[in-house]
Design a protein around this ligand. Structure first.
Ligand SMILES: NC(=O)c1ccc[n+]([C@@H]2O[C@H](COP(=O)([O-])OP(=O)(O)OC[C@H]3O[C@@H](n4cnc5c(N)ncnc54)[C@H](O)[C@@H]3O)[C@@H](O)[C@H]2O)c1
Length: 342
């Protein structure tokens, strides 16, 4: 028996599929859905992480969503689909934009079309605030222009536009959430670029925290992964068809402030090692959450609570992050141009 507060999701879908359910956000969503006692199919080309298969109602279909036949088979029994699978790394999208486009745009088109063919009652698509590009205003409302500057942003926006077009032309019951910066347990330090776990990992190794950009102008809206998953379930329950919702907390934190919070959470002041040579992402990325709050949703985990909990889980000397923020790719054309101009 669950206690339902005003913003507690009350999902009414019997058979739910979570694409990308073996990933960082996906495994938290699968865990949250399993507490709501639903049948959950994880659709992912990666194996299930330890513990997930043992959760009540959870099964795994190994499928590659770039293949339409595999997508149709994997989703065939679902009432509702949460589409999280894809490339989540801006840096990887810069290195290999074609792969990024296939994983985010083509696979999303396959999922949307399969949902139409199969008569799925609700599709929730997890997009990203990356689609806004460099913000013109703050906080960012959902109607803010979308001008992504990374291939990752372009491919996520292509996914959004495709699903919206299927809504307009064929009535696809899709709701899109644009997540701001997610953090929480289970991020892969080799791939994840989120500052919260990166800062903690450097600091727990007793090392200065490297940060690219201006530590005061670079401000982010950090949402705990469990709040993000509650927001996604809220979208499935109460989001409007064809609508887009920002998924954030509505609070911006600068890199300097984040370092101070890391110091408070660990009881030892944190040192920043700032590299101002690239200011490409030194801006405020803050969600206007009015629309999401209108569905009765409010975040529950404060940054201080989330940091303290994560620091406890990571312990002393966790694996150091190796993910880097890369905004430019070395191409043969540019290399030879630079060689000629030297
Ligand atoms: N992590 C963040 O900070 C963040 C922020 C905004 C939006 N998002 C979005 O959330 C989603 C999940 O992000 P994440 O951090 O959990 O990423 P992740 O890389 O941890 O998980 C993605 C999962 O998708 C699976 N996958 C990828 N392509 C697939 C395919 N073609 N077929 C089947 N499975 C496939 C992978 O195996 C992986 O398990 C992504 O769509 C990302 O764009 C993430």
């Amino acid at each position: 028996m669950h206690q339902h507060g005003p913003d507690t999701p009350e999902t009414h879908y019997e058979d739910v599929a979570v694409t990308g359910g073996a990933g960082f956000v996906g495994r938290h969503l699968v865990t949250a859905l399993s507490r709501l006692s639903r049948k959950i199919t994880v659709v992912d080309h990666a194996p299930l992480p330890p513990g997930l298969a043992e959760l009540p109602g959870v099964s795994h279909v190994r499928a590659d969503l770039r293949d339409y036949g595999e997508t149709l088979l994997a989703l065939r029994s679902a009432d509702a689909v949460f589409h999280l699978a894809g490339n989540a790394s801006g840096t990887e999208s810069v290195a290999d934009p074609r792969r990024d486009f296939h994983l985010n745009a083509l696979a999303t088109c396959n999922v949307g079309n399969a949902c139409l063919e199969l008569g799925v009652r609700r599709l929730v698509y997890l997009s990203s605030a990356i689609v806004y590009g460099t913000p013109l205003r703050s906080p960012i409302h959902e109607d803010h222009p979308t001008r992504p500057f990374l291939p990752y942003g372009a491919s996520k926006l292509s996914g959004e536009l495709t699903l919206r077009s299927l809504h307009a032309t064929a009535g696809l019951p899709v709701v899109t959430g644009r997540s701001f910066v997610v953090y929480g347990p289970g991020e892969d330090p080799r791939r994840a670029g989120g500052e919260v776990s990166q800062f903690l990992r450097w600091h727990l190794n007793e090392q200065p925290i490297p940060v690219v950009g201006d530590i005061d102008r670079k401000r982010r809206d950090f949402i705990h992964v469990e709040d993000l998953c509650r927001a996604l379930i809220t979208l499935a329950d109460r989001g409007a068809d064809g609508e887009t919702y920002n998924l954030g907390t509505g609070t911006a934190v600068s890199m300097r402030e984040l370092a101070a919070e890391v110091g408070t959470a660990t009881g030892r002041s944190a040192l920043l090692d700032a590299d101002p040579s690239s200011l490409a992402d030194s801006f405020t990325l803050l969600a206007d959450t009015t629309r999401l709050r209108g569905l009765g949703f409010a975040p529950r985990t404060t940054l201080a609570e989330g940091l303290t909990h994560l620091a406890g889980l990571l312990g002393r000397f966790p694996e150091l992050p190796t993910a880097r923020a890369v905004f430019r790719r070395e191409t043969p054309a540019r290399r030879s141009l630079e060689a000629r101009t030297c």
